[in-house]
Write a protein that binds this ligand. Structure first.
Ligand SMILES: NC(=O)c1ccc[n+]([C@@H]2O[C@H](COP(=O)([O-])OP(=O)(O)OC[C@H]3O[C@@H](n4cnc5c(N)ncnc54)[C@H](OP(=O)(O)O)[C@@H]3O)[C@@H](O)[C@H]2O)c1
Length: 272
């Protein structure tokens, strides 16, 4: 008889499932038997990813196109899930991007959308879906944060580090609140990861100078994310190099950390 997998009979919702790390997370959870709901703006990309996952992993995959910059999107998503009788056991808040440019030169509307997608939507979706998870005695919430959330702020990507620190602190607090409920909450901190992120931010040329050992594949990040969530780690930084950078940022004198990270940034304009 086939061994029961963690995902059998369960469903994971992945935001930003149309590309990069989100697509890899979707494959990873599907490989463990989870059915999926993928959401992002580009429906054509969601359809393609869903087809690949169905044929490779044999799980059910639904797609819901949504723009998480719209404050009404999380409730609309929850209503759609309820209408289609889709119970969410795993919520992966992954959708995100970076806004390049000096703070005052970026239109306020772009900053407001950034807050909505990277900070408000993950909390709103969690608020909508967590009660059901607690009631059923099983739930996994994975917030894709960043190594940047553990480092000093980066000039030129003014709000990015802070938005990821928020996700890390949110995950830590919620993980403690959920102790004993069967719900695990985990922040995942990738460093430089191959995806479309740096093309969307318009900094591909700058980051291409970063040495190969600084980079991880999205599949490696997804594998570590699955393991960390299963072990109920509140915060997990992916990759040995990133963990070493995080350790140094905690232990070196803060003035030195500031100088090192900001000189890296002024040279490479490199963010993750
Ligand atoms: N790549 C890195 O080096 C790196 C490092 C650390 C952390 N991260 C984090 O990892 C997460 C995934 O990024 P990635 O590297 O995989 O980048 P990516 O390849 O550009 O993928 C970003 C995903 O987010 C979705 N998305 C963006 N804006 C959205 C919106 N308004 N509404 C709904 N979905 C939206 C995109 O889908 P649509 O365009 O179809 O909407 C896409 O699926 C982000 O939170 C990012 O901050 C990335």
């Amino acid at each position: 008889m086939a061994r029961k997998r963690e995902g059998d009979g369960r469903t994971a919702l992945v935001t930003g499932g149309s590309a990069g790390i989100g697509e890899a997370l979707a494959h990873e959870w599907a490989a463990h038997g989870f059915n999926l709901v993928l959401t992002a703006r580009r429906e054509d990309r969601l359809i393609k990813t869903a087809e690949e996952i169905r044929s490779r992993h044999g799980v059910q995959v639904s797609i819901i196109a949504e723009d998480l910059a719209d404050p009404a999107a999380p409730q609309r998503l929850a209503d759609r899930l309820a209408a289609e009788n889709l119970t969410i056991d795993v919520l992966i808040n992954n959708a995100g991007y970076g806004v390049a440019g000096r703070f005052h030169t970026v239109p306020w509307d772009d900053h407001a959308k950034f807050f909505q997608v990277l900070m408000v939507a993950p909390c709103a979706l969690t608020h909508l879906l967590l009660p059901g998870m607690i009631q059923r005695g099983y739930g996994r919430i994975i917030n894709i944060a960043s190594l940047a959330g553990l480092l000093p702020g980066s000039p030129g990507f003014t709000l990015y580090g802070g938005s990821k620190s928020h996700l890390i602190r949110f995950s830590q607090a919620l993980n403690a609140e959920c102790a004993g409920t069967g719900v695990h909450v985990t922040a995942i901190n990738p460093g430089f990861t191959f995806s479309e992120f740096h093309d969307v931010a318009g900094v591909r040329k700058d980051v291409s100078a970063m040495p190969r050992f600084m980079w991880q594949s999205a599949a490696d990040v997804a594998r570590e994310a699955y393991r960390a969530s299963r072990r109920n780690k509140p915060v997990h930084t992916t990759g040995r190099v990133n963990r070493m950078i995080a350790w140094l940022a905690r232990h070196l004198p803060q003035g030195l950390v500031l100088r090192l990270t900001q000189s890296r940034n002024s040279r490479g304009n490199a963010r993750n």
